[in-house]
Design a protein around this ligand. Structure first.
Ligand code: HEC
Ligand code: HEC
Length: 462
């Protein structure tokens, strides 16, 4: 999704560190082990309090945040097909959230990819693209996303040509595959500090080989406030409500309270915002966010998870250092904690839960960087006193060749892998990792064929 339209500011900080993070599977807490990635995982040394497991299932039922009937109704909004009369477009990618978030059920991911481009300006800095439409009469600027569809020409506007196409001048190009959002309520409820600490420990424990980057991004519903980004391939959002508003505008062309301005006025006939609050005071974007917050985590394949090969693969996954970034277990902040610039209070169903995303939600350079920078400073406006000092363009520049550690929960449903969806086998995905992951990739290559297969079997069980 498009996520660069943010108006407030952010900040981000950089912590380099790379550690060995070993989640203890059972009822685990995120624990840091001092083991080196070569020698296998030693037992976690941090004593843990045990937190209940987040519910995991593809059953379309609520995780307890709302009742099942409310959850089903929220899903109905997420699944709903929008038409021109509802405000679809003028530029858009698809007619419903579910079109891209559907496999194996609403809220998950899919094979659908989108296009992002830009170019290098003076000092070889990344700049957002200029995309002419209407035979050059208008230039779409300020976002890297290029929409694949348009609502006109049409009967009402037979001569208005607004299809976006990438000009030759936009030489930095990538596709981005649709990601899973099931279970993301738990991800949102992880305290900023947990991710900041994780980055620091990771870097220290790996002797600065693996150092996840923390980016602070604007909370759109709390102007002037920022949080640690964790959603999208570039960690471009921290809040599911912000993401929903961004997606509604940029994927579907539906303006909403958080993103009230159309990308183009050409062919636009429905008043802004297209998404207005209903009689209960909730807009579609509120329903989308509540739907995702109430979704259960993607469950393991219970049959494969128990095969000897997958269990062996699970151990090797830790041993060769995959779990340093693909962190097994995280724990959410306690119920009652206010997050997202105080706009959301963690409910009991999401508070103090352990879940297994197999990600640290930090940005890493694993040699696959697509050159696209997230939110540039003009989208953030001026840096306010509430923003960390790190909210500088300089820091955003560092997102250029980094990507979020792909969460591996539900990876067995990903037919196209990595941010660009160009890799189609799990083995190739591993072998494509370089940069900060060079040692883990090397250690994978050094495994015998049986052990390599065990790692792949483990991945197929996730
Ligand atoms: C045309 C396909 C498409 C449509 C339609 C779409 N999305 Fe997405 N979604 C994506 C892609 C692609 C990403 C990853 C984007 C990126 O980081 O560049 C994504 C990411 C997300 C994420 C972040 C999940 C995570 O863990 O990182 C959320 C939340 C989300 N979408 C919600 C929605 C909602 C709500 C709607 C409907 C308003 C929607 N999406 C419509 C393709 C789509
Ligand atoms: C330094 C951090 C890091 C380490 C170590 C690491 N990964 Fe990754 N992994 C990433 C990042 C970042 C991505 C996303 C890269 C991209 O999209 O271009 C990724 C993507 C993946 C994917 C693709 C998932 C998808 O849905 O597309 C798989 C599979 C994967 N990693 C498995 C592994 C395995 C197995 C190991 C150990 C041999 C490993 N990774 C080690 C950071 C890491």
């Amino acid at each position: 999704m498009p996520y660069e339209f943010l108006r407030a500011q952010e900040r981000k900080m950089i912590f380099k560190a790379a550690p060995l993070v070993c989640g203890v599977a059972v009822v685990a807490l995120l624990t840091l082990t001092p083991a080196s990635s070569q020698n296998g995982s030693k037992k976690a040394t941090v004593p843990e309090q045990q937190f209940p497991e987040a519910p995991a299932a593809f059953d379309n039922k609520s995780n307890g945040t709302v009742d099942d009937a409310t959850h089903a109704a929220d899903q109905g909004k997420f699944d709903e097909i929008e038409n021109v009369g509802d405000g679809l477009g003028p530029l858009y990618n698809a007619q419903s959230c579910r079109e891209c978030h559907q496999n194996p059920t609403s809220g998950a991911g899919s094979q659908v990819s989108e296009l992002r481009v830009g170019h290098l300006g003076p000092n070889r800095r990344f700049e957002n693209p200029n995309i002419p439409i209407a035979r050059g009469a208008e230039i779409i600027m300020g976002r890297t996303l290029v929409n694949d569809r348009a609502i006109c020409p049409s009967a009402a506007f037979p001569d208005t040509e607004i299809q976006q196409r990438v000009p030759d001048s936009e030489t930095v190009r990538t596709t981005r595959i649709s990601v899973n959002a099931l279970g993301d309520g738990f991800v949102e409820a992880v305290a900023d500090q947990t991710l900041v600490d994780l980055a620091r420990e990771q870097c220290r424990n790996s002797h600065r080989r693996v150092c996840g980057l923390v980016v602070y991004v604007p909370i759109v519903e709390a102007p002037g406030r920022a949080g640690v980004g964790r959603f999208g391939w570039k960690d471009q959002h921290a809040s599911l409500l912000s993401f929903s508003g961004d997606a509604y505008l940029n994927e579907m062309g539906i303006t909403n309270v958080l993103f009230p301005d159309e990308v183009t006025k050409l062919c636009n006939t429905v008043n802004e915002p297209n998404d207005k609050p209903g009689s209960d005071g909730l807009s579609d974007v509120d329903h989308f966010a509540r739907f995702i917050r109430a979704s259960k985590a993607p469950p393991r394949d219970r049959t494969l998870a128990n095969t000897p090969a997958a269990m062996r693969g699970s151990e090797l996954f830790d041993k060769i250092g995959c779990a340093v970034c693909h962190v097994r277990s995280l724990t959410t902040a306690p119920a009652g904690t206010k997050i997202n610039g105080d706009q959301f209070t963690i409910p009991a169903a999401l508070g103090s839960k352990t879940f297994h995303p197999f990600s640290d939600f930090l940005l890493h350079d694993v040699g696959t960087g697509d050159g696209i920078v997230i939110p540039t400073v003009e989208h953030y406006g001026r840096v306010t006193r509430r923003m960390p000092r790190e909210a500088t363009l300089e820091n955003f520049q560092r997102t250029e060749n980094r990507l979020r550690t792909a969460p591996l929960w539900g990876v067995r449903f990903h037919t196209r892998l990595m941010h660009d969806g160009v890799t189609v086998t799990l083995r190739d995905a591993i072998l494509r990792h370089a940069g900060e992951s060079s040692q883990a990739t090397r250690d994978f290559r050094r495994l015998g064929p049986k052990d390599q297969d065990a790692v792949l079997e483990f991945l197929r069980s996730l």
